[in-house]
Design a protein around this ligand. Structure first.
Ligand SMILES: [Fe+2]
Length: 365
């Protein structure tokens, strides 16, 4: 698994942009089932996210017939999930020209849209599986709700106003899951075509659980669900940043969000490790344990994180809440715990299989 930084200031030896820049995550587009479900999914996500920071805000877009057919095929293959990750960029034309010269598939060449509120340039580039990236460049300040042509939903669920705030502020990172042997080509693609910088990576030693690992890591002893259920690679999780994870988790639980549970032995080991740590954790460990929040640390700081159960019908996409305390990592020290928890959840659903030495899958028991 690899994660790429959007920020050019990161001390890394990646190629620098001559022109153009990826500024930030702009939005994530979900493709989900029928119109009713679209509405319900929309409210499900609004239930779980704060509404004022551009995180998973819900806007409906009317589709023409051809796009409906395309979406239908996509849903048959992948189920509900993330179709597109949008980035705000500078110099969209240059980024697309560079990506194209380096072999990227351009789904849609740059085009412009405007309404009474502002003027925006877009382009769409293909990435892993059927996932795309939309590049968004503001050609003027945009004063509207979201982007040209989008309008407020006609109906807002009255229950929304009765729920505690989710306390999630912005997209921290996204992780794409890849089939066997696809991680390196995809990593190369991001560096070559998008000029992202290598930010962080983990190897199989860090996430080896007894039966499982990411499919993207070469350890053919397991049969994880994601790639099978998603019909190929796709976005596995979206991490949302919070400045108060304890309150966020309390509120998200009150809103009905289900989280994966770390075992008590995880907290026993954590207490032990923290005894010799150079950092001091401000939060109460008992409270973190009670809420099943995970902690990863180094000599300078720590992060707190928690993962939801899959949020779609298929066990594919899930969400993460993450709080950084002088620690810019993504929780590599927790990967083993995460995959153990995913396996426990997978097993509870009767869906944990292992690969035999001959490469056939059999039920785990
Ligand atoms: Fe994550």
């Amino acid at each position: 698994m690899a994660v790429y930084s959007l920020w050019t200031s990161y001390i890394d030896k990646g190629e620098k942009h001559v022109r153009g820049k990826f500024v930030r995550f702009h939005h994530v587009t979900f493709w989900v089932g029928n119109a009713k479900q679209v509405k319900e999914s929309a409210y499900y996500y609004t239930f779980n996210c704060q509404q004022n920071m551009g995180v998973l805000n819900i806007f409906r877009h009317t589709l023409n017939k051809m796009n409906r057919l395309k979406m239908g095929e996509h849903l048959m293959k992948h189920g509900d999930g993330v179709k597109d990750i949008g980035f705000q960029v500078e110099d969209c034309d240059f980024l697309i020209k560079t990506a194209k010269e380096r072999g990227a598939v351009i789904v849609r060449e740059p085009w412009e849209e405007r309404d009474g509120q502002g003027w925006v340039k877009y382009a769409v580039v293909q990435t892993y599986g059927d996932t795309t990236h939309t590049l968004i460049e503001y050609l003027s300040p945009y004063k509207g709700l979201f982007l040209p042509g989008y309008k407020e939903p006609l109906f807002r669920d009255p229950l929304l106003a009765t729920l505690p705030p989710a306390g999630l502020n912005f997209i921290d990172h996204l992780v794409g899951n890849q089939p066997d042997d696809h991680m390196v080509p995809i990593s190369d693609w991001y560096q070559k075509c998008s000029l992202f910088h290598w930010f962080w990576s983990i190897d199989d030693k860090q996430i080896h659980t007894q039966y499982s690992s990411l499919r993207s890591i070469k350890m053919p002893i397991n049969k994880p669900e994601y790639v099978d259920y998603n019909g190929g690679p796709g976005v596995q999780h979206i991490a949302l940043n919070t400045s108060d994870i304890i309150q966020a988790v309390v509120n998200l639980r009150a809103r009905g969000m289900e989280f994966l549970s770390a075992p008590n032995m995880y907290y026993n080991a954590l207490r032990q490790n923290l005894k010799t740590a150079k950092i001091k954790v401000k939060e109460d460990l008992d409270r973190l344990q009670e809420l099943k929040i995970l902690l990863d640390f180094d000599d300078k700081g720590y992060l707190l994180q928690i993962f939801t159960k899959p949020v779609q019908d298929r066990p594919t996409l899930f969400l993460e809440a993450i709080q950084h305390n002088n620690h810019s990592g993504l929780g590599a020290g927790n990967f083993k715990s995460l995959f153990e928890a995913i396996e426990k959840d997978q097993e509870a659903r009767g869906n944990l299989t292992v690969l035999t030495p001959k490469g056939q899958s059999k039920a785990f028991n």
